[in-house]
Design a binder for this molecule. Sequence first.
Ligand SMILES: Cc1ncc(COP(=O)(O)O)c(C=O)c1O
Length: 414
Amino acid sequence: MQNIEPIRQVDPDIYAAIGAELTRQQTGVELIPSENYVSEAVLAAIGTVLTNKYSEGYPGKRYYMGNHHIDTVENLAIERAKALFGAEAANVQSYSGSPANQAIYMALAKPGDTIMGMSLPDGGHLTHGWKVNFSAHYYHAVQYPVDPETGFLDYDVVAKLAREHKPRLLWAGHSAYPRQLDFAKFADIAGEVGALLIADVAHISGLIATGLHPDPVPYAAAMMTTTHKMLRGPRGALIVGKEEHLKAINRAVFPGLQGGPHNHTTAGIAVCLLEASQPGYRAYCEQLLANAQALAEALLSRGLDIVSGGTENHIVLLDLRSKNQSGKVLSQVLDRANITTNANTVPGEIRSPFDPSGVRLGTPAATTRGFREAEFRQVGHWIADIAADMENEQTIERVRNEVVEMCSRFPLWY
Ligand SMILES: Cc1ncc(COP(=O)(O)O)c(C=O)c1O
């Protein structure tokens, strides 16, 4: 149990908010695919005195004295990142996924260069060239779509756009695509047009580390992952890749974009990477994949549509277009039943980005607390019960009571 008592004595308001959030996490089913529960060891690491230290620079080359122990921590994180992903070099200092991607742009492209990434409404990330993001302000961004009929990426379309636009960087990665990425095909396309392939595996890095998803490391100039999603680490990011490119990326992270690294976070990253290298972590990843299958099957059996008709990863993207329902409203009603999701656009979206037709579901968090196929089938049926009549207060209350009861059988360790 984490000791937050000192906070109560100093700041009762923050203490109360943290306590209420803990209760929310304990009593609800977390289905947002980018969230997870860190281990007690990771949580302890990020709440340590390492937060007190300034360490601008890199191990052995710091601008501040007193960094011997910080060097130990950062070197362990670097070595573990390289070993887990089989990469030549690693940087573990980026404050989060978006700044890590910014560092990759700064290192490997010049402002005004053309870059290509998956369109945000089709499942890509903001930083892959979406119009409101820096990546579209400072670079000429071309977005490739997902086939609106099948929900699958069409690599011929990606290749055609790449031939036409000749990007400097080709981004392969997603925040809401339920199928595997074929990095070998991406590499062929990048090779043909002289682009550098950048893999953003924020969502799927656990599957890559455990051999349950094709591996981009042999092909990519750099691979970025956040550490707080499937990897079950603190909020942060790491970049691995080829030595030649990592030199430039290191310079972009510091001094290009950042000052002192968050050493307490680096320690948490080191701990989560150690945990991810142990056999239990592969079993966890296998289970979250099996759970996604169970969730998808339950939803399909109740007549609901999901993008691409299934899943090959941890994401199930509910598609409400044929029912003409709002994903935003469904996610709000599910929230009242203690099932946490987010509204999401779907390929071929017919509503607005602010009120889209999809709801994004994922299995990493609830799998961490111990849910298996039977529990995920039940989750699918709860969602279907609520989607069938979103105004039925009795159903919402019944589901909420059942969710609280199930969560009490799978308590979190905090
Ligand atoms: C594919 C992908 N890249 C980058 C990011 C950005 O990470 P952060 O939110 O830590 O900036 C995310 C976050 O959801 C993501 O899904």
